[in-house]
Write a protein that binds this ligand. Structure first.
Ligand code: UN1
Length: 509
């Protein structure tokens, strides 16, 4: 257990804190506006209050971010990387404190909260290194004495809208790449998890102050969506990166897409399946499915929600899963022994209960868990449901809760059809020791998802890879690989150094 007050004071989080910030010394005021509560999902208590960002706060943030972009875009990219690197260093210095804030906000276990802070630190290292490698190709011109290459230039102001489940890592994956690309960043986190954003903004402020910048990283946390929508609709924002449900993602795409020239990047719902064939190491499969399903209390967009298992090994796998589910310690996230904490709020418990009762009504059998745990806070049992049909609405829909549906298959082709037969397309997995089966799953007629894992769980994407998915997941990519290109614009350059004027398409005058 940590001391909450000590953690809050480590990050200068007052009992009522400003909900917007333009940079060092740029916090909004608190006395003249209503404040909303940051509620600890572990016990329902109020940790602190945040004076929700107003329209005026938003405008101040946007004016600063827009003005700063004019300067930041001309700062050499490796220098931009140094700012990101410094933020990573500060996060490492405050590692335990930041993890505690993430746990207080989300209810995820300290173990997982530390994992999330680790991901932020790693992402800072990746982005700082990437800042020296914003490569463009050099091409061969078909004209004599011409040089041709492409270069990558900043977009402008990048707006980041992040969900409650990863209040630090998702911002880092987007914001650090945006910043090294010469963009300034306006962050709108979920009001369910304001403390992590406040803590990180304080660290950003320290780093910006040390290096003589302001407004590279800015923040506004409105209580409701009205002010948040201003960011989505604002023509001064070049790119909106949105993480959240497909329903809201669709609205973001509609609004941003209605102005040509603005961009959106979506990381929306997942409904991640794991195929287990008859040659799989079932012990390994049970372990990775358990972590994938119950980790972060099933509140990851990459959580394993569907297990598609070869009929011959289904009973054995279900027994192993029951055994490993039984070992999961659900409890207060502040307790270091806890593996799985509560759901984020009462509404999430309601969604859990509705999904379980829909599955039972349709004919599913709850073979583990299925109920809320009666204690203060929003705790539910890790839940395993068998005898499920792939087309049931509860199976087709993403419920942010630790529920895994088990379905049997006979042929791998059928398994892939079930696997791909959902609207979402984020993460996927196969457990197998049959090379042909693995390669079929990875082929053009295999998994239709953005992420495919072999003999691994669907969660815990390696930041070195591009992160994102297809179909209703939205098509965006962030984190590693060449995802940095999504935060920059490509310019194809052609230079005539020969002093003559050769026309294209071999036209000679
Ligand atoms: C999310 O759940 O919205 O790979 C994104 C993972 C996490 C997912 C974060 N990095 O499981």
């Amino acid at each position: 257990m940590f001391d909450t007050q000590q953690v809050l004071s480590e990050f200068h989080i007052q009992s009522v804190h400003g909900g917007a910030c333009t940079g060092p010394d740029g916090w909004s005021t608190t006395h003249d506006r209503s404040a909303f509560a940051a509620i600890n999902p572990a016990d329902g208590t109020v940790t602190a209050r945040v004076a929700g960002a107003t329209e005026q706060d938003y405008e101040a943030v946007m004016v600063t971010a827009s003005a700063m972009h004019m300067r930041w875009r001309m700062v050499p990219a490796p220098r931009r990387g140094e700012l990101v690197s410094r933020i990573g260093e500060l996060a490492a210095e405050h590692f335990d404190g930041l993890a505690a804030v993430v746990a207080l906000d989300t209810g995820k276990s300290l173990m997982e909260a530390k994992g999330e802070v680790r991901e932020l630190i790693d992402m800072a290292a990746l982005a700082a290194g990437q800042s020296r490698m914003l490569y463009g190709f050099t091409q061969q011109s078909q004209r004599a004495k011409h040089r041709m290459y492409d270069q990558w230039l900043p977009l402008g102001v990048v707006g980041i809208i992040s969900a409650y489940n990863f209040p630090a890592a998702v911002w880092a994956q987007n914001g650090f790449l945006a910043a090294i690309g010469g963009n300034t960043v306006v962050w709108k986190p979920s009001p369910k998890v304001p403390l992590t954003a406040l803590a990180l903004q304080h660290l950003c402020n320290q780093a910006m102050k040390e290096m003589g910048f302001e407004g590279v990283f800015t923040l506004f946390i409105p209580e409701d969506n009205r002010v948040a929508e201003m960011l989505v609709a604002d023509p001064r924002v070049a790119l909106i990166s949105f993480t959240g449900s497909s329903g809201v993602g669709r609205k973001v795409a509609d609004i941003v897409g209605s102005t040509l020239g603005r961009r959106y990047m979506l990381e929306c719902s997942g409904n991640n399946g794991c195929i287990v064939d008859e040659t799989a190491d079932l012990e390994l499969a049970a372990r990775s499915i358990t972590f994938g399903a119950v980790g972060t209390t099933g509140q990851r967009c990459t959580s394993t929600r569907r297990v598609i298992v070869q009929r011959a090994v289904m009973d054995e796998l279900v027994e192993l899963l029951k055994r490993s589910f039984a070992q999961i310690k659900v409890g207060d996230p502040r307790d270091v022994e806890t593996v799985v904490g509560p759901l984020v709020d009462a509404a999430a418990v309601g969604h859990f209960e509705a999904a379980v009762s829909d599955a039972i009504a349709a004919g599913g059998q709850v073979v583990f868990g299925g109920k809320r745990i009666s204690r203060p806070g929003h705790y539910v049992e890790p839940t395993l449901i068998t005898h499920v049909q792939p087309e049931w609405p509860c199976v087709q829909h993403e419920t942010f809760a630790p529920i895994v549906y088990v379905m049997a298959y006979d042929t791998l082709e059928e398994a892939i059809e079930i696997h791909n037969g959902v609207p979402q397309g984020l993460a996927s997995g196969i457990h197998s020791s049959n090379l042909g089966n693995i390669e079929l799953f990875l082929s053009a007629q295999g998994s239709d998802c953005g992420i495919a894992k072999v003999n691994m769980g669907t969660t815990g994407a390696d930041i070195g890879a591009a992160f994102g998915g297809e179909k209703e997941t939205g098509g965006g990519r962030t984190a590693g690989s060449d995802a940095w290109k999504g935060y920059m614009r490509r310019q194809s350059v052609c230079i005539n150094w020969g002093g003559t004027s050769p026309w294209d398409q071999r036209i000679i005058l």
